[in-house]
Write a protein that binds this ligand. Structure first.
Ligand code: Z5A
Ligand code: MG
Length: 212
C-alpha cells in the first residue's frame, strides 16, 4: 500500500504573534508522538534568492517593490520540489509564513492590489490548514519593541493585518483563527489540536493547488 501523505500546515500572523515559537513547539510535540515532521520557514534565507531577500529586509540593499515580491514568490517555488517529495513520503511540514504573508505584505504597499499580489503564488502546494495567530497591536507591544527590519512599523503592520483579513474571507483555504494572546502553552494546545485533525484528514486527500 502507498504511504499516506504528510500534511502541509502553515502558521501566519502579524509581527510578534508567536509564529516561530509555535512552529518549533508544534514540531517538537509531533516528533514526540512519532509523527514524521519537518519545519520550514519563508523567506528561506539560506538560498541564493533568500540571501537577496534577507539583505533587502535588513535594509542593506534596496529592491524595486514588484521585483522583491517576485523574489519572495520565487523563494517558495524553488522549494516546491522538495516540499512535494517530503509530503509524498509521509512527512508533515510545519511552515512559518507562506504565500499569505507574500500577498498581505506587498498589497499593503501603495499602488498594489491583492489580486496582482496573489498571482505569482497561484498553483503552489495548497496548505491543508492555515492558522492565523491573532494578536492586537497593544498585546504585541507587550512582547517588546519592533525590530530593525523593513516593514516593522505600526502603521505598516496595521495595513498588513487588514490585508490578512481580506485573504481570510476566501473559503477555498482552510483558515483557523487562533487567539495568540494566551500563554505559549495554551496557544500550543489549540494549535496542536487543529493540526492533529488536519493530519488525519490530509492522509486520504490529494494535495491541492493554492488559489486555483
Ligand atoms: N515577508 C514578505 O514581505 N513577503 C513574504 O512572502 C514573506 C515574508 C514570506 C520576515 O519575516 C519579513 O518578511 C516579515 C514579513 C516579510 N516582515 N515583517 N514584519 P520573519 O518571519 O523572518 O519575521 P520574524 O523576525 O520571525 O518576526 P515575526 O515572525 O513577526 O515574529 P513571530 O515569529 O510571530 O514571533 P516569535 O518570534 O515567536 O515571538 C516574538 C516574541 O514574543 C518572542 O520574544 C517570544 O518569546 C514572545 N512570545 C511568543 N509567544 C508568546 C506568548 N504566547 N505570550 C507571551 N510572549 C510570547
Ligand atoms: Mg518569526
Amino acid at each position: 500500500m502507498a504511504c499516506k501523505r504528510g500534511a502541509l500546515i502553515v502558521l501566519e500572523g502579524v509581527d510578534r504573534a508567536g509564529k516561530t515559537t509555535q512552529c518549533n513547539k508544534l514540531v517538537q510535540t509531533l516528533q514526540q508522538s512519532g509523527q514524521p515532521v519537518e519545519m520550514m520557514r519563508f523567506p528561506d534565507r539560506s538560498t541564493t534568492i533568500g540571501q537577496l531577500i534577507s539583505s533587502y529586509l535588513e535594509k542593506k540593499s534596496d529592491l524595486e517593490d514588484h521585483t522583491v515580491h517576485l523574489l519572495f514568490s520565487a523563494n517558495r517555488w524553488e522549494l516546491v520540489p522538495l516540499m512535494k517529495k517530503k509530503l509524498e513520503q509521509g512527512t508533515t511540514l510545519v511552515v512559518d509564513r507562506y504565500a499569505f504573508s507574500g500577498a498581505a505584505f506587498t498589497s499593503a504597499k501603495p499602488g498594489f492590489c491583492l489580486d496582482w499580489c496573489k498571482q505569482p503564488d497561484v498553483g503552489l502546494p495548497k496548505p491543508d490548514l492555515v492558522m492565523f495567530l491573532q494578536l492586537s497591536p497593544a498585546e504585541a507591544a507587550l512582547r517588546g519593541q519592533f525590530g530593525e527590519e523593513r516593514y516593522e512599523t505600526s502603521v505598516f503592520q496595521k495595513a498588513v493585518q487588514q490585508k490578512f483579513e481580506q485573504l481570510m474571507k476566501d473559503s477555498s483555504v482552510n483558515w483557523q483563527v487562533i487567539d495568540a494572546s494566551q500563554s505559549v502553552e495554551d496557544v500550543h494546545e489549540n494549535i496542536a489540536s487543529h493540526t492533529h485533525n488536519a493530519i488525519n484528514k490530509a492522509q486520504n486527500l490529494p494535495l491541492g493547488q493554492l488559489w486555483t
